[in-house]
Design a protein around this ligand. Structure first.
Ligand code: SF4
Length: 237
């Protein structure tokens, strides 16, 4: 049977259950009166080219120092920020990127994430992409998970499964894959329902790639094995 994004979502949700992404520390923000959306934005930068477990260590350092706010990142000396986020790797680059993002929100939006996110999605996206070190995947993660805005995140895992299953466009660009998921998933849903669906599907694709569709895939136990051309082609040898 043909796999499309809707079927992919249904199969993965049945297999893995609800992922409830993006992970952040609700209790910390309740106690400290800080905005959890900024933790998500920090996490979206820290997770570039590293495992989430490393990001968690860096976030924990920032939490211990009560530094998960726009203002704290703006005021923190760059060298200190580098030390705090060291566990996430590429800390020189990432510290600079965090500084640029925080300074931008501080200077242009008075550190107010309501002001930042309550605008046209494409306008915010253009601004994020204009900041050094923020590419489409990072920008879209911020828009979807921190901004609660309807945009699908395409990562390396999504590209991999598009190629293997395959899903159209199997060798597409970031924008082509994003547009494909949007047009397929929005056929039966109003736009307001797209946000939870996009959040969940992206998280489920990450689970699929971490557990089964790895660099060397484990097709025998994968929930998609009966419908995946890569798996079926392996069996024909
Ligand atoms: S069956 Fe194999 S190649 Fe296909 S999605 Fe699952 S792990 Fe990946």
């Amino acid at each position: 049977m043909l796999v499309d994004p809707q079927k992919l979502y249904t199969v993965l949700l049945n297999h893995f259950g609800n992922q409830d992404w993006w992970p952040f520390d609700k209790e910390y923000h309740k106690i400290n009166g800080s905005d959890p959306r900024f933790e998500i934005m920090i996490g979206a930068i820290l997770t570039q080219n590293t495992a989430w477990s490393n990001v968690e260590k860096a976030l924990l350092n920032l939490k211990k120092n009560k530094s998960l706010t726009v203002r704290k990142i703006v005021d923190m000396p760059l060298e200190k920020l580098k030390v705090m986020i060291q566990p996430s790797g590429f800390f020189n680059q990432k510290a600079t990127r965090l500084k640029i993002l925080a300074t931008y929100i501080y200077e242009k939006y008075d550190s107010d994430l309501d002001k930042f996110f309550k605008r046209d999605l494409q306008e915010i996206r253009r601004e994020l992409l204009s900041l050094n070190g923020i590419g489409p995947e990072t920008a879209d993660s911020m828009l979807l998970y921190a901004g609660n805005l309807p945009i699908f995140v395409v990562d390396g895992y999504t590209k991999r499964i598009c190629k293997r299953i395959p899903l159209q466009p199997k060798d597409g660009s970031y924008d082509e894959i994003q547009q494909y998921f949007k047009s397929e998933l929005s056929k039966n849903l109003p736009e307001k329902d797209m946000v939870p669906l996009y959040k969940e599907l992206h998280a489920l694709i990450v689970e699929l790639a971490k557990n089964y569709c790895k660099t060397k895939p484990c097709c025998d136990s994968c929930p998609l094995k009966k419908d995946c051309r890569f798996s079926l082609s392996q069996k024909s040898f």
